[in-house]
Write a protein that binds this ligand. Structure first.
Ligand code: ADP
Ligand code: ADP
Ligand code: MG
Length: 445
């Protein structure tokens, strides 16, 4: 087991990882940018190093600075969290060269799965259904038109290097296809340095269902059931729950088995997520693998009783998974709401600034994963998520009611947050009835 882990991240996930390490008796090294200097959660780490300026490409994305901090502090492993360098195969490789364990998959598996188009062919090989679409990257407009006419409009143009909802364009006809190709490629080039795009059938009114998996370095792969993340805005998740409220039992077994097959085929170890789109007839189609811990991992932790961060650390250090598939329960229902420093009344515009007062809800089955506190200033440089409110209850109705109560208790003064938006969604009959698809927020709210 590791003695010392460096956490190459910030905010709530950095704190989450520090806590897991402390419980395991592992020392922690935090890093911070000038924009996060003085953050209280840094005091919980055994050491903390400044890695550069506030902007993330001058700090949290600086491979040289992060590696230096690891070398100087004598860390034997790096946990990347999510975002930033978490899916950067180059960073993963540099860690290997420096003999520091990267808590994640091998650089080779990461490379293969990080390219969404390659991951699609891997899914095909593993007998996992993929969304009908192009056979590889789109080389020119002519090819795009041929694919679109074959699968039928609407289609979705997707960046092979895309992530975080970026580099995607819906096309409903030839004109929007031509414009979308260029827009998606340009956006992808600017955001990811890779202009490659492919085309998928745009599945209408789908649900987003993903399977949490866990794999060790000895070939053992298990799943921790599914999460439904259909409450989305601009392809970004807002509310996640486990189990999925609408999946028939046999579909559920099939989708979980498909995810395990996919992971086995990729020679993958670490925690990971296999994402699917589910249409209204409950047909499921693979969309991508997230080769890292995800924001919404707590809902799976609550229903299974398994600490996913601790498991990542254990399998990273070479331990054999201590349980079999049959040992993984799915108890009750867990829901998570992402609390973002955004103003839902003004088109979710970011609201960085000082939190004057905060009252955090509690009670049976309520969990708040957050690094913020009264007097904390939300910096303007990073993702606007400041915390995650999670509830766990025996039934879905109880979980919804508990979440409404917890959200109403949550008081954050000084900035606007998405909490009032969540209350509105949870109070809707559609959410209660499990009728929310990925376009619901845009249509209804
Ligand atoms: P999750 O399902 O874990 O929420 P997201 O796709 O929303 O996954 O990504 C989690 C975090 O990582 C978000 O903060 C998002 O902005 C960031 N992120 C995702 N993909 C990328 C990428 N390719 N480059 C930079 N940041 C990314
Ligand atoms: P990212 O890497 O940005 O997370 P994904 O491929 O996971 O990209 O897609 C993000 C979201 O976009 C999905 O959760 C879903 O809401 C929507 N989406 C993706 N592919 C399709 C599709 N073929 N049809 C309809 N919606 C899709
Ligand atoms: Mg995704």
């Amino acid at each position: 087991m590791y003695n010392r882990i460096l956490i190459a991240n910030r905010g709530e996930i950095a704190l989450r990882i520090i806590r897991a390490c402390r419980e395991m008796g592992i020392e922690t090294v935090a890093v911070f940018s000038e924009g996060d200097r003085g953050s209280a959660y840094l005091d919980l780490a055994d050491e903390a190093y400044c890695v550069g300026n506030a902007r993330s490409n001058e700090s949290y994305l600086r491979i040289d600075q992060i590696i230096s901090a690891a070398e100087v502090s004598g860390a034997d492993a790096i946990h990347p969290g999510y975002g930033f360098l978490a899916e950067n195969a180059k960073f993963n490789e540099v860690c290997r060269d420096c003999e520091i364990d990267f808590i994640g998959p091998s650089p080779e598996a990461m490379q293969k799965l990080g390219d969404k188009n390659e991951a699609r062919s891997l899914a095909n090989q593993a007998g996992v259904p993929v969304v009908p679409g192009s056979d590889g990257l789109i080389e020119n407009e002519k090819e795009a038109i041929a694919v679109a006419e074959q699968i039928g409009f609407p289609v979705l143009i997707k960046a092979t290097a895309g992530g975080g909802g970026k580099g995607m364009r819906v096309a409903t006809d030839l004109a929007t296809l031509k414009a979308g190709l260029e827009q998606a490629a340009n956006e992808a080039l600017a955001a990811f340095g890779n202009a490659g795009v492919y085309i998928e059938k745009f599945v209408e009114h789908p649900r987003h269902v993903e399977v949490q998996v866990l794999a060790d370095k000895h070939g053992n792969v298990v799943h921790l059931w599914e999460r439904d993340c259909s409450t989305q805005r601009r392809h970004q998740k807002l509310i996640e729950e486990s189990p999925g409220p609408t999946l028939p039992g046999d579909t559920r077994s099939e989708i979980c088995a498909a995810a395990v097959r996919m992971i086995e085929n990729a020679n993958y170890y670490n925690a990971g997520t296999v994402e699917f789109i589910v249409d209204q007839e409950n047909n499921f189609y693979f969309i991508e693998v997230n080769a890292r811990i995800q924001v919404e991992h707590p809902v799976s932790e609550m229903v299974t009783g398994i600490d996913l961060i601790q498991q990542q650390i254990k399998v990273g250090s070479g331990e054999i998974l201590a349980f079999n598939q049959e040992d993984i329960p799915c108890n009750g229902v867990a829901i998570e709401c992402r609390i973002n420093a955004e103003d839902p009344a003004h088109n979710f515009r970011p609201c960085p600034g000082r939190i004057d007062q905060i009252f955090v809800p509690g009670g049976f089955g309520v969990r708040f994963d957050s690094h913020v506190h009264a007097g904390y200033t939300v910096p303007p440089y990073y993702d606007s998520m400041i915390g995650k409110l999670i509830v766990h209850q025996p039934t879905r109705d109880q979980a919804i009611d508990c979440m409404i109560g917890a959200l109403s208790e949550l008081r954050i003064e000084g900035i606007q947050t998405t909490a009032p938006f969540h209350i509105q969604v949870l109070r809707s009959q559609d959410f209660r009835d499990g009728k929310v698809d990925t376009g619901w927020v845009a249509r209804t709210m």
